[in-house]
Design a protein around this ligand. Structure first.
Ligand code: 9MR
Length: 396
């Protein structure tokens, strides 16, 4: 027979037990998910200091995060604004410029001695209509669009002069190619508002076309900031047609620049580097295609940049949505190791390798767990693979 005080005591003991269990559970969950950067890891930037710069993206609101900043400084020596230097954010209307957010990022980088890559001056996407389109919604004429472009690039590249080391002058101008092109202009994105405006008033007899906006953009960027290395940047750059189109374009525009009276330095190219965005998938990344692209670009006489690297698990049509198993992580890591072996081989021609995301939880393709650090900011096998590609491939 249990007495009432005994019952109360047992109830109290039971409650204490439950409380302790709940606390232990919360602590273990907290430990498992508390995201924390490990500053004792080897440094990516340091590992590759004799090969190329190592970069990643930042957003201005992340610059007040001291832990993140310490990690960034430890791992990277170059930063790209993930969004805030895109035309849409810098100029919403003619004559209106807002540099506040971009400046926050650039000043943060300067204080930390991290170099800045500018992304991007001329793009069909994320750009205010005033540049290319009239208030009536109709395309501007070639002459009007050119004047707006000159004004925009003069203003923006002028503002960041001496503060960025390089610019993606034109981003993603190609679209829809299949076979290997012999004329790069034939595979341009014809529905880009820039292409459409430049086509409006083009004198076909003189050989003018919508494609001319690309040359103008590079010339305006060179004149506005002669200190910046000028890039053309695109994705799916390992597709045979696009690789060829990008290389042909660089060769053609550089030949045109040689004869241009505005060219003050005949030894300097206009399109100095081709950016491989490197948004890959584990299911179909073929490292031989990556090497073929790098060698084609080198043959075109330019430098190469790996500008937005990530490798989500799966493929575009079959996306992965759960955290990776150890085996999936290993598969992904092996691809990172193979890529970096190739990058090291061509290090003389590669300026930089920039990752597009610091941790899986902060990536625009986060579902596929695409980058080197997981959702708790712990280093994945991919990190080890990048630090020591040969060693990783041997052991795995
Ligand atoms: O990572 C960027 C994401 O935050 C933006 O929402 C998106 C909007 O277009 O742009 C992403 O960055 C893109 C980059 O500027 C150009 N190459 C492709 C990248 C992914 O779309």
């Amino acid at each position: 027979m249990i007495t009432l005080p005994q019952k109360r005591r047992r109830l109290a003991q039971g409650l204490v037990f439950l409380l302790v269990q709940a606390l232990l559970f919360l602590v273990s969950v907290g430990q498992a998910t508390a995201a924390k950067w490990d500053l004792s890891l080897p440094s990516l930037a340091n590992t590759y200091k004799d090969d190329f710069m190592i970069g990643n993206v930042m957003n201005p609101n992340q610059t007040t995060d001291d832990e993140l900043t310490a990690m960034f400084k430890h791992q990277y020596n170059l930063v790209t604004a993930e969004n805030d230097m895109k035309p849409q954010y810098l100029s919403s209307a003619k004559g209106v410029y807002n540099f506040a957010n971009a400046d926050t990022l650039v000043n943060w980088a300067k204080a930390k001695n991290i170099k800045v890559h500018g992304h991007t001056l001329v793009w069909h996407s994320q750009s205010a209509p005033w540049l290319t389109t009239g208030e009536d919604g109709k395309p501007l004429t070639r002459t009007a669009a050119k004047a707006n472009m000159e004004e925009y690039i003069h203003k923006v590249a002028g503002h960041f002069k001496g503060k960025v080391i390089s610019w993606d002058v034109v981003n993603e101008a190609f679209d829809g190619g299949t076979g290997i092109p012999t004329d790069w202009k034939s595979v341009l994105r014809k529905n880009s508002p820039w292409y459409i405006a430049y086509e409006n008033g083009a004198d076909k007899k003189k050989g003018e076309s919508g494609a001319d906006y690309i040359y103008d953009a590079f010339v305006f960027a060179r004149l506005a900031d002669p200190g910046a290395t000028l890039y053309y940047n695109d994705y799916n750059e390992t597709d045979a047609w696009k690789r060829e189109a990008m290389a042909l374009m660089a060769e053609d525009l550089n030949a045109q620049w040689k004869k241009d009276q505005r060219n003050a330095d005949p030894n300097r190219l206009l399109v100095e580097a081709l950016g491989m965005q490197a948004h890959y998938w584990t299911a179909n990344l073929n490292v031989n295609d990556v090497e073929a692209t790098i060698t084609r670009f080198i043959k075109a006489g330019v430098k190469v940049g790996v500008t937005e690297l990530d490798i989500p698990y799966g493929s575009y049509s079959k996306q992965h949505t759960t955290p990776l198993t150890k085996e999936e992580e290993r598969f992904q890591a092996r691809l990172y190791a193979q890529l970096f072996k190739v990058y090291k081989k061509y290090a003389n021609s590669i300026d930089r390798v920039t990752f597009w995301g610091k941790a899986d939880s902060q990536s625009w393709r986060g579902q596929g767990s695409p980058v080197l650090f997981d959702r708790t900011f712990a280093a994945k096998q991919a990190f080890d693979a990048v630090i020591d590609p040969e060693g990783f491939l041997e052991a795995n």
